[in-house]
Structure formats: C-alpha cells, structure tokens
Design a protein around this ligand. Structure first.
Ligand SMILES: Cc1cc2nc3c(=O)[nH]c(=O)nc-3n(C[C@H](O)[C@H](O)[C@H](O)COP(=O)(O)OP(=O)(O)OC[C@H]3O[C@@H](n4cnc5c(N)ncnc54)[C@H](O)[C@@H]3O)c2cc1C
Length: 333
C-alpha cells in the first residue's frame, strides 16, 4: 500500500552522509577506542523495538561523559543524537548517520533535611527508579509518574505529565511542579545551572525542543509524604494505566502517537474513524487505546509511518481535523 507520509514525519528525519572511517577513528581517539561502536542496531534501545543501525554508538556513563561526547561530536562536526530510553521516538529502518549517545549517566543523591528533600540525579537516571527510591524514603512528588518509561533528561525535555491521583483525577500534574533546577550544556557550549524560567515548561514542550541544549543533571524538590498514601498512588496509577493502555512488555510502543487535541481527544477521532485495531504490516492501532500504535512483533518504521498517514487521512476526511504526530522521527527512513 502506498501512503502519503505526514508532513511532520517527513520533515524531521536527517539526511546526512554515512560517517567516514576517518570520522569514526577521530571519535574513537577522543572518546576511547572501545567506547565507540559501529553499526549498533537501535531497535533494542527504543520502547517501540524498531530502528536500524547507528553509524557510531557511545554510552555515556556520567554527566561529564555525556557533556564530553557532545563537545567532541560538535568539534568534529558530526551529527549526534542524545538517546534516553527511546520511549518517545521512532527510529528509521535505515538507522542514524552520525553518533548516537545513549545516556546512561545515572548517579543520584538525596539531600534530606527535615521535611524537605532535594533529589539530584544525572539525566540518564531512570524515572521509575527515582519514583520507587523516593517513595521508599517517604518523599512525595514523583509518585504520580510511576509506570512512564523515561530518563530524567527525557522527562524534562517533555515536561512529563500524568493525571492527578485517584479518585479525583481532575487535573494533569507535570514534572515542572517538582522541578528545582538543572545543569545543562548549552547550545553555545557553556555548562550552567538553569531554573524553570529558562526551561519554559509547557504542555509537551520546553526550551529543549527549540535549542540544542542538553540536560546533564536535574534537581527535584520533594516533600515528606504519608507512606500509605504514596503506595496507594503507585497502585492506583499502575492499575489505571494497566486497564487502559497496552502493556509495553507485550506490545512495544512509543506511547501516544498524536498530539492532544483539546476537548476532542486524538484517540477518540481515530476510534470514530473506525481504525481501532487496524493493522498495517506489523504495526497496529491498539485495540485498547486508539492513540497508541503498537509493534505486533515485526513492525518496521515504514509500517508505523504508513499507519500514521492512514489515520491522518481518515480523520481529516471524516472530521476535517489534522492529527499531528507527537513522537520524534529520528534518522533515515
Ligand atoms: C508506554 C508509554 C507510556 C507513556 N506515557 C506517558 C505519560 O503518561 N506521560 C508522558 O508525559 N509521556 C508518556 N510517554 C512518553 C515518554 O515516556 C516520554 O516522552 C519520556 O519523557 C521519554 O523519555 P526518554 O528518556 O525515553 O526520551 P527519548 O525518547 O530517548 O528522547 C526523546 C527526546 O528527548 C531528547 N532528550 C533525551 N534526553 C535528553 C537530555 N538529557 N537533554 C536534552 N534532550 C534530551 C531526545 O534527544 C529526544 O529528542 C509514554 C511512552 C510510552 C512508551
């Protein structure tokens, strides 16, 4: 089946030439001979389990290593991409022409005093681990985000959000609410600590969508919480998600595929266009949630992009509404 690809999906992917041997060797000289691998398949590093090889692949194990890898790539003029858990992206079947830096900088420190706590974490730390560690120590603020696959860097990039605790669930809570500050490597190459004014948190939006700054670490403000209440929120949120969303371990996905449409719901439009459960190649619009595309085992990035286009066309024809993809399209398709 041929499809017209969505504008947002065609605009974003890179079209760089393959990395030369000289460039790869230069990366190895600067970052370590055994620290830069060639041709690593990215599927294993994304929640969609889709994506071709990266010309060069480096795992940064500390904030300093992350900063260094970016500085080196910038100095060598090599295209690069910072990869967290890969939970909000679709990587092309032909992979990425340049250096993918997987952020595994995961050092964490709790600075506890009286009824307050400052949690400092490197940006590759996994939110789920921070949620569980905080709750274990009786600190409140991160419990709402249980079950969302994300690094700290991805959470700030996105302004991670979820519905407030049951039973009310009357508003969306944002990671911005517990954000204190973060250290960045700016687009201009400066390492500095910035506050919320700099980050400009919005809905699925921050300054990091618009500038090539990279988050190196972040500090969150937590408060003393009643342990029973914190545990209840963990259970209720996991149950709520489990009942409504496909399970990532069984049906790989990148979460919501289309941006929110205020008052209507992108998923509802896809559903009302008759596409819930629709399969295209190995990709499927989840029978559980029409705003989530799942990989049924052997989906390619092409399958997913074509399915996105099918949904866009159907919704536009039926309701005159344009669905915009929420996920990032990375590399060559
Ligand atoms: C099953 C499922 C459920 C989800 N549910 C929710 C939900 O309830 N709420 C919600 O808000 N999101 C949700 N998401 C989306 C996803 O979890 C978030 O977008 C998450 O923040 C992505 O983090 P990541 O580390 O995987 O980022 P990646 O997908 O690896 O990267 C996403 C973008 O962030 C950039 N980035 C990553 N790290 C940094 C850094 N250190 N500095 C600067 N830029 C960086 C990347 O370059 C890329 O452009 C869900 C996803 C899935 C798969």
């Amino acid at each position: 089946m041929t499809s017209t690809l969505p504008a947002a999906a065609t605009a974003a992917p890179t079209a760089h030439p393959p990395l030369t041997d000289d460039q790869l060797n230069a990366l190895r000289t600067r970052l370590g001979a055994d620290r830069v691998r060639r041709g690593v398949r990215l599927a294993q590093y994304t929640s969609f389990r889709i994506g071709g090889p990266a010309d060069a692949f480096h795992i940064a194990r500390s904030a300093d290593e992350l900063a260094r890898a970016i500085v080196v790539a910038r100095e060598l003029g090599i295209p690069h991409f910072v990869l967290g858990l890969g939970a909000n992206i679709l990587v092309g079947d032909r992979g990425y022409r340049g250096l993918v830096i997987r952020n595994a900088a995961r050092h964490v420190r709790f600075r506890e005093s009286g009824d307050g706590c400052r949690l400092w974490a490197e940006s590759g730390a996994i939110m789920q681990d921070l949620v569980l560690d905080s709750v274990e120590r009786g600190w409140s603020g991160l419990e709402h985000y249980i079950g969302i696959p994300s690094t700290v860097g991805g959470a700030i990039w996105q302004n991670l959000h979820f519905l407030s605790p049951a039973p009310e669930r009357e508003r969306t809570m944002f990671i911005a609410e517990v954000f204190d500050s973060c250290e960045i490597l700016s687009e201009e190459g400066e390492r500095k600590v910035v506050d919320a004014d700099y980050v400009q948190f919005g809905y699925d939006d921050t300054i990091f969508h618009h500038r090539r700054d990279v988050v190196l670490s972040a500090t969150f403000r937590l408060e003393r919480g009643d342990p029973d209440r914190l545990h209840r929120i963990l259970h209720e949120n996991l149950s709520w998600r489990g009942a409504r969303h496909p399970w990532l371990q069984i049906h790989p996905s990148a979460g919501s595929i289309f941006k929110k449409i205020e008052g209507v719901g992108a998923g509802r439009l896809v559903d009302q266009a008759g596409l819930k459960g629709h399969r295209h190649g190995g990709a499927q619009i989840s029978p559980l949630h029409a705003n989530i595309v799942v990989n049924r085992g052997n989906a390619t990035a092409k399958d997913v992009r074509e399915l996105i286009a099918i949904a866009q066309r159907a919704v536009e024809e039926k309701f005159g509404q344009r669905l915009e993809p929420e996920i990032g399209f990375i590399g060559e398709f």
